[in-house]
Design a protein around this ligand. Structure first.
Ligand code: GLN
Length: 527
């Protein structure tokens, strides 16, 4: 329905009023974190600066807010139960019977208060739907928080107002029922945001207000927008921030949200158009690559370009050949895990390199670009990654523990990353080589980008690869690990070990995506 987006848009407006805003996502599922969940079922795993693997809603939050989030900003039922059970095992509860109320709910409340610390406003999103069994402890905790905080807490509820086409009518009944359900557990909302395909007329808002005991002005209509970036404007026009400010009795200057208007109008009025092929695995579900899709849109906003994305299943490419790539202006291979579609992705990368098509490789898309170059340019015909083919005689990509030298010198790593087989996670510094494509994008030698991978380029092959022309344009700050590679004699072929998509925002775009789309636009113009 868009709870995350609505909450994030409200956060953006409150930031525009000079308030510091943070956001927390509470998810009712039992997984301890989303790190192990399939992006095909759940959407992408979003990674924060501090290396927390979280739900894609935190991506929405960071795209709308300037606050950077981290481990305090999301938790699941699984996390809460795990902590409570660990405490119980340690004997911390001194023999008491451990129960949902108060032990689970107390743990939830502690996390809410902890995450909110130091901010003027903390917006907490409760995952799931009212009436779900799983979300009950969260709602009870929220009820207690409201009791404890009084006017320092307020409740906003998002409902669906369906449009019945045959009757030509918007139906307010489901909203009435859902609020009734909330009130039966002791929760009275102060704001209702009603999602619908059409704006909700005044009489319907009055009716909803009457049945739900919410002030009429606080029944907000959130009809479908042409772009999600209009949401701050839509909510602000109806006075949502004024309602919040009044409730909390805060003095804050008026909101200037003209930057969101600029973003929306640039997004809706492109002057150019490019087509990008995204060659991946989870191409059926757009949410699996949510941040990349967004980052492409942001780069389009910057260049006033409509970015059309063709999702190409790498396995289909293996069977049907690369002909679908002939019409595109740029090729992107995103991150991923496992061997499915590997040869299709490598074929797409080879096509991009040999035909001067702009290429952006991200994480796995960088590792595969290196393998492609090793095989077809450097003559290492069996080059592979030990993740994808453990028996390969030429692991040009492997775990650090598989290829480090005896002296252990290459093991000098940031304290923030794990050694050996575990994941390298979160923001790390890379040093870029002046005069390279990537340095042109960032215009600065030191950058910070987020990582989420186990495998690394095998340094033992670098002399051979560089002799064949491969450009190593970025390394970790200590110089021990490859961060960015580029193909020589190519208009724009850049592949990075990190995930630039997680730090792209609509108001700023991201230098790497902006550079990629610019290269694609140049190609489109010359065709
Ligand atoms: N599977 C690869 C690794 O673990 C790439 C991961 C990714 O693309 N995020 O190194």
């Amino acid at each position: 329905l868009g709870k995350g987006l609505t909450a994030a848009a409200l956060g953006a407006i409150l930031e525009a009023r000079g308030l510091s805003v943070t956001m927390i996502k509470m998810d009712p599922y039992i997984n301890v974190d989303p790190g192990t969940m399939s992006p095909y079922q759940h959407g992408e795993v979003f990674v924060t600066d501090d290396g927390t693997e979280t739900d894609l809603d935190l991506g929405h939050y960071e795209r709308f807010l300037t606050t950077r989030l981290g481990k305090l900003n999301s938790f699941t039922s699984g996390r809460v139960y795990l902590e409570v059970i660990e405490k119980e095992r340690r004997g911390d509860y001194l023999g008491a019977t451990v129960q949902v109320i108060p032990h689970i709910t107390n743990c939830i409340k502690e996390k809410i208060y902890k995450g909110a610390e130091g901010f003027d406003i903390s917006i907490i999103e409760i995952g799931g739907t009212i009436g779900d069994i799983e979300s009950q402890p969260f709602l009870e905790a929220v009820r207690q928080v409201k009791q404890e905080l009084g006017r320092d807490a307020m409740l906003m509820h998002l409902t669906l107002v369906p449009y019945i086409e045959t009757a030509g009518e918007l139906k307010t009944k489901p909203t009435q029922h859902s609020v009734k359900e909330l009130r039966s557990i002791g929760l009275q909302p102060e704001i209702l945001v009603c999602r619908s395909v059409l704006p909700i007329p005044d009489e319907a808002r009055e009716k909803i207000a009457l049945f739900t005991s919410v002030n009429k002005e606080a029944v907000i209509s959130a009809a479908n927008c042409k772009t999600i970036y209009q949401l701050p404007r839509v909510l602000h026009e109806q006075g949502i921030d004024e309602i919040v400010i009044n409730w909390f009795q805060i003095d804050a200057p008026k909101a200037n949200i003209s930057d969101w208007d600029t973003v929306s109008s640039r997004h809706l009025n492109p002057k150019h158009s490019v087509t990008i092929a995204m060659v991946g695995k989870y191409v059926e579900l757009a949410d699996a690559y949510k941040s990349i899709n967004e980052a492409l849109v942001h780069a389009g906003i910057k260049h006033l370009a409509k970015v059309n994305v063709i999702y190409v299943d790498a396995e289909t490419l293996e069977e049907d050949g690369i002909s679908v790539l002939q019409e595109v202006d740029g090729i992107l291979v995103p991150g991923g895990f496992g061997d499915r579609g590997t040869e299709g992705k490598i074929a797409a990368i080879r096509y991009a390199r040999e035909n001067q098509v702009p290429y952006l490789g991200i994480c796995l898309g960088m590792q595969l670009a290196l393998i492609e170059f090793a095989r077809h340019v450097a003559g290492i015909s069996k080059a592979h990654s030990s993740e994808l083919q453990p028996s390969t005689p030429d692991p040009v990509v492997g775990l650090i523990t598989e290829w480090r030298d005896e002296s252990g010198e290459t093991m000098q790593r940031d304290a923030s990353s794990d050694l050996g087989g575990t994941m390298r996670l979160g923001a790390q510094t890379a040093r870029l080589t002046p005069g390279t494509k990537i340095h042109d994008c960032y215009q600065t030698p030191l950058i910070q980008e987020r990582h989420r991978h186990r495998y690394e380029v095998n340094n033992n092959y670098l002399p051979q690869l560089e002799a064949a022309g491969l450009v190593i344009s970025g390394k970790s700050e200590d110089g021990s690990l490859v961060e960015v590679i580029e193909a020589p004699d190519h208009p724009w072929f850049v592949a990075c070990q990190f995930h630039p998509e997680f730090t792209s925002t609509p108001r700023e775009s991201h230098p790497l995506f902006a550079g990629f789309i610019q290269a694609a636009l140049e190609r489109a113009h010359h065709q």
